[in-house]
Each structure stands twice: as C-alpha cells, then as structure tokens.
Design a protein around this ligand. Sequence first.
Ligand code: PLP
Length: 402
Amino acid sequence: MTNSFIEKEELYCAHNYRPLPVVLTKGEGVYVWDDAGNRYLDMMSAYSAVSHGHCHPKLVAELHKQAQQLNIVSRAFYTDKLGSFLEKACQLTGFECALPMNTGAEAVETALKAARKWAYTVKGVPEDQAEIIACTNNFHGRTIAIVSLSTEPQYKNGFGPFPKGMRVIPYGDPEALQKAITPNTAAFLVEPIQGEGGIIVPSAGYLKKCADVCKKNNVLMICDEVQTGLGRTGKLLAFQHEDMKPDAIVLGKALGGGLLPVSLFLTRRDIMNVFTPGDHGSTFGGNPLAAAVGAKALDVLVEEKLTERAYEIGNYFQDCLKSLKSSLIKEVRGKGLLIGLEIHNQYPAREICLQMLKYGVLSKETHKTVIRFAPPLIITKVQIDVVVNALQKVLKEVEVKS
Ligand code: PLP
C-alpha cells in the first residue's frame, strides 16, 4: 500500500515538503508505526510539537471530554475554559497575560503587531517608522511578514514585496544589536536556540547581554520559544538558562500536547494593553477545545517532570552522541532534547536519515548537513541507546561506502 498512499498524496497535495518515503498510520508514546506495521522511534516529534508523546492518554481523554461538551464558539463570547488555561500558562511562565492563537507563526505575527503598536502608542515612534530587528539564520514561521525577516533565500524568493521596517543582524552578537538599534526600533525578536537554523546554541550570556541592550534603549525583547519552550531544552523556557527575562515570549508546538495547534503570545499587561477590541483576532484562537487540551498539556508537563527529564536524558544522549567515533561527524550540539548532529558536508544528512529508517529510527535533516534529534520528552535511556546503536551502524555503513 505504501506507494499508493505516497502517489495519492503527491498527486493531490502541494509539493511544499519533501517527506521521507514512510507512511505513518499510528502513534503511541515515543513510537509511530507505518502502514506495513513497522515500528519507529520518533526522533523528530513533529518538529518538537509532540513533547508529551503521541496520543498521551490523559490528553486524548481531555480532548474527548471537551469535544463532547463545547468546541468552537469564537472569542465573541466568554467560555469556562480559556481563563483558567491562560492563568495556568501565565503562572507557569511568569508573564501577566496572554493572547491565544493557533500556530506558531500566528503568535509570532501577534508579537510583531504588539511591538509595532507599542512603539507608536507608548514609545512615541513616528507613524509607520517602527523597526523590528531579528537575526541571521532565524526561523519564526512562514507568513509574508515573518519571511521578510528570513535570511534563507528559498523562504523569500518569489514572495515579495515585503513589509518595511525589518532588519537583520548576525545571531550571537549583542554588539551588532546595539549598533542596529535606532530611535525607531520597536523590538528585537530572537530564538534562544535556533532550531530550524540547525540547532545553533549561542554562547553563554548572549541573551542576558541582548536583554541589557534592549532595556537600555527602550526596545522590547521577544523570545520565540515556539520550539525551545515547555521543557524542550531542559528548562521550562530556554531563556531561563540565563539570568534574564524578556519582555515577551511566544509559545506554540508542544502547547497543543501533540493533538492540536495551540499558541500564545505572553507579555506584561502594559504591553498587552496596546491591543483593544477589534485590533487583532483569530476565529479559532483560544477555543474551548484548544484551551482544555492546552491546560492539560501544561499539567502533564509538570506532573511528569518533562523538563527535568529533557535535562537528564538530553545530557545522556549528547554524551552518547559525542562518544561516537566517526569521521563523518563534525559536531554534536544542543541543549536538553533539542540536539543537532552535524555531518561533514561530503555526505547529505538526509541519506543518513533514510538509512536510519531501516533500523526503526525516524529522524529528519535540517539544512543539508544537520540531523535533528528532538524526540518526545518522555523518551527513556534504553530507547536512546537503540537510537545511538542504529546511528553507529549507519555511520559505519556510510563510511565504508563513501
Ligand atoms: N518559531 C519557531 C522558533 C519555530 O521553530 C517555528 C516552527 O518550526 C515557528 C515559529 C512556526 O510555527 P508554526 O509552524 O506552528 O507556524
């Protein structure tokens, strides 16, 4: 059957992805199964969105319960679910209020809109002059405003014209931030670790220095924690690896418990108050089904100590990967369970991912040379050993061939 599923998807679906040739039909915990019944360890977890594992029973139960009660009503009305979800998210993350959206990109757009309006109404930037600064190699999503900040030509080519007021500075360079700031700068948007950019970890102290620069210049610092947030890097939020707190964050992916798109823009009340009724919205954002699942996803994260697990298992995994002996490996880097293994560029990382399939390991390259390891945070050391053994075998086979 595999081929017919693939053929149909290729025939009817836009070709905006290049999937590995495996057809998935079932998921449970750290595992997914293909249509032939083969089991794989999911080391990708939907680009870090399935931190709780596939079909987590408590999350599925919450989804069922809420689905029978009330699902979509829009924010035209109050519901009994949204307030307590946002209360939980704010209390856990230390922010005062939140604006609910669905995807990560929508929540990033929300952050950009908040920053621009704050610049005009609070900072006093002249009309239509507000500037946003982001970093080279960033990934914040795929909308036109967001890709206008991208330095990856493929993400932008053919999609112009782009909005004005967007600037890009080198990642990891707080002095470049200081130099790029003008009286019209509204915000600095940054990933604490660049995920899609190849799991790039900036040097220690980078975020703190940027926060100091932003504070000194009355610029909002916004951390995009869509991928790094909710335990992934071994802290609840990746900025917490440093002694700093941004003015705002963006959460998504794992917030939906691997079941639904749920995202939030979180900040202080004085910043959020730039939004007044009618300024911004989303038909689905904050719906009761998403709110119930999001709240339960946060409960499970705490109950199952997923952040602590990511820290412990992530260190173990990185140590195992660093001890692998292969001339193909250039570098192992990351924090917690967001790990990149960079291959010397004589060999495509995609080929290694393809080879790992036969040993029951699902992974995916990011850029051409980096294999991304971002499994569900519930993964065990025994399962990590299986992955490391598979990788060792594949690297050996590839070394012989190349
Ligand atoms: N921000 C970051 C850091 C991401 O990694 C992603 C997705 O990979 C996004 C934003 C966009 O999220 P979504 O694909 O849900 O729009």
